[in-house]
Design a protein around this ligand. Sequence first.
Ligand code: EPU
Length: 430
Amino acid sequence: MTNTTLLSSEFLLVEGGKRLKGKVKISGSKNASLPIMMATLLTKEPCTVRNVPKLLDVKNAIELLEITGVNVKFEDHILFAEAKELKSYIAPDHLVRRMRASILIAGPLLARLGKAVVGMPGGCSIGARLIDQHLKVFEKGGASINIRNGYLHMEVKKIKPVEHTFEVITVTGTENALMFLSRCDKRSILRNVALEPEVMDLVEVLRKMGVDIEVEGRTMVIKGNPELKGFEHTVIPDRIEAGTLAVAGFITGGDVILEGVRPEHMGSQLEKLREAGAVIEIIGLNKLRVIGKGKIYPLEISTSEYPGFPTDMQAQFMVLCCIADGVSQITENIFENRFQHVNELQRMGANIKLRGKTAVIIGRDKLSAAEVFSTDLRASASLVLAGLIAEGTTVVKEIHHLDRGYERLEEKLNSLGASIKRMVHARSII
Ligand code: EPU
């Protein structure tokens, strides 16, 4: 994989107006892979994780594991990790800045070594993204936490069982808490937990390692095990990549089959696609056919925690609303600043008005190509989708954001009939 400096100077040329047709295989989930990779720190035994996507964030996570002393091999989407002897408990600032999910290393390091020093994650472009809930669980479990020189210094002698009710539902907060408590052999109770499929994939891994976890509603009861075992696991398919490709198929009036998906993880997305006029067929357990008939109905969407409509699909559905026959409304309830794609979509002719955390989108017949800038991962995916339905050739810049979370999205779209070219050195060429 190329380095970040090079990727940041790459851009995409998206030729609009192609109807997508064909089959495409969905990759493993980024947001499930990252915590599972961190869970390998919890045991001395070897671990095998299959279906790991080849992404920048995964590369960053491997770097983090290696810094702490984990032996990692990553080939053909299979990750082998062995954390026999750890040599460091420090997650350096530059890596935490590159990937906020690096905070997921804190729980496992505390559980395994009783110590963790992690660069303090700042806010990011989509919002403040606090970690107070992660830290509350660590503190209740007996950890001392100090902030010095931009780093969180955390230490715990023996992890005590915890009873905690999360004040907000947090995905990585729940995952960090589970990993922190995984080696404590007394019963802990977490309430108001996140139940995203990615969290439940980690729960499955921890169970394989020997942790007893009961889930009832939004309550989890955890009884850890000081001697955790190695594991073999296949990561769940990426419901956000699948959703992105489903929207692409639908808005181009196409007919696409997504292979290797878990339709049951995509309930709220499929409901909205159907409401917008898509014909959706669930074929067997792992395939989904999405057909667009040309007519697109407007939508009302409100993002919320799983099983609600995912914030990670908000930007992509906004593109659909841009060409719907009527007025749509999208309310973003999870992150306070996740509308940065709006400016860029407006440059492509979209008629969108922002009213606080709600976007009102007045549909129009078409969008027109423009030079647009990615501001975050899902925003960049939405710009590629907009390019597919725009008149002319759209230039999508700053695609290192896209590469953080999609495994060559343009190749998958091209295999369905899109015409997208990846170009290098945007600034010197244009
Ligand atoms: N929050 C707090 N305190 C905390 C933790 C979170 O106030 O201690 C707030 C956040 O500021 C936010 C809300 O709670 O407003 C939800 O944040 P959450 O912690 O659930 O988000 P996250 O764990 O940082 C994960 C995904 C995101 C996804 C969100 C929401 C990973 C690695 N990241 O982030 O994925 O949007 O959950 O589902 O799992 C992406 O893939 O593009 C992405 C951003």
